[in-house]
Design a protein around this ligand. Structure first.
Ligand SMILES: [Zn+2]
Length: 243
């Protein structure tokens, strides 16, 4: 159904994923390994810090417009049983989608599923939690220049994910919601969210060429640092079939 073109991503300018049979292009997500990260001197680290209660996270979000470069994520396969045993729902509405792409134990070519909403008559497209869990990372501060064509502003902000949220579903299973609309995020680190709960709205921030949600299913054995720049999963999986 979809024509997969340029996949590999080893440079910041290389489209990472996938082109549908329309003009829709997703060049989001896949983080980039580099030892020459771009100048981040204009970083605006205005991380919100809460030290009043040791039971609350140190940061409820990481707010920055820096262009950071988290490592490319490795494809895991098959889906872990602990993931298939959970209850899931589709996280948004969409007009077309682009599939996950990758081969086991190799860097993923497209690290998640893209849910594209190209209807310009729909001004707000809500994103909801795909399953119950706890918010462990919120990245804000990434701008977007437009909604229905290529974002031209700070495309590597948030390692190309733009504004994004990571939810811990237990058993080392996580979801990531990327390219969120600026100032649309409704939750913060430490929040418990129920399946189908509104998280944010679909946007075009980061390395994105049209309003869409890039949804990743990942695993990690180490906790996310809510006060740090974007972080990769240890493995990403094709979530197709979970919902
Ligand atoms: Zn994507």
């Amino acid at each position: 159904m979809f024509l997969f073109l340029s996949i590999a991503c080893t440079t910041t300018n290389e489209p990472k994923s996938v082109i549908t049979d329309t003009s829709v292009i997703d060049t989001d997500d896949s983080a980039i390994t580099t030892d020459s990260a771009s100048d981040t001197s204009d970083t605006q680290d205005t991380t919100t810090v809460d030290t009043a209660d040791s039971s609350t996270p140190d940061c409820v979000e990481y707010r920055s417009d820096e262009e950071d470069f988290a490592p490319i994520q490795v494809t895991g396969h098959p889906l872990p049983t602990v993931a298939t045993s959970k209850v899931w729902t589709i996280p948004t509405s969409f007009t077309s989608e682009v599939a996950f792409a990758g081969t086991e134990n190799n860097p993923a070519n497209h690290e998640g599923i893209d849910y594209i909403h190209a209807d310009t008559g729909t001004s707000v497209v809500p994103i909801v939690a795909a399953s119950t869990g706890t918010v462990v990372y919120v990245r804000t501060g990434c701008p977007q220049s437009v909604e229905f064509s290529s974002n031209t502003t700070l495309r590597e902000c948030g390692s190309g994910w733009g504004n994004h949220i990571v939810i811990d579903h237990g058993d080392q299973i996580f979801t990531r919601y990327a390219h969120l609309k600026p100032n649309s995020i409704q939750i913060e680190v430490g929040d418990r969210v129920n399946i189908s709960e509104h998280l944010a709205d679909m946007g075009n921030s980061g390395r994105s060429d049209l309003r869409h949600l890039h949804l990743e299913l990942g695993s990690s054995s180490t906790p996310f640092d809510p006060c740090a720049a974007s972080q990769s999963f240890e493995r990403v999986y094709d979530p197709d079939g979970l919902w």
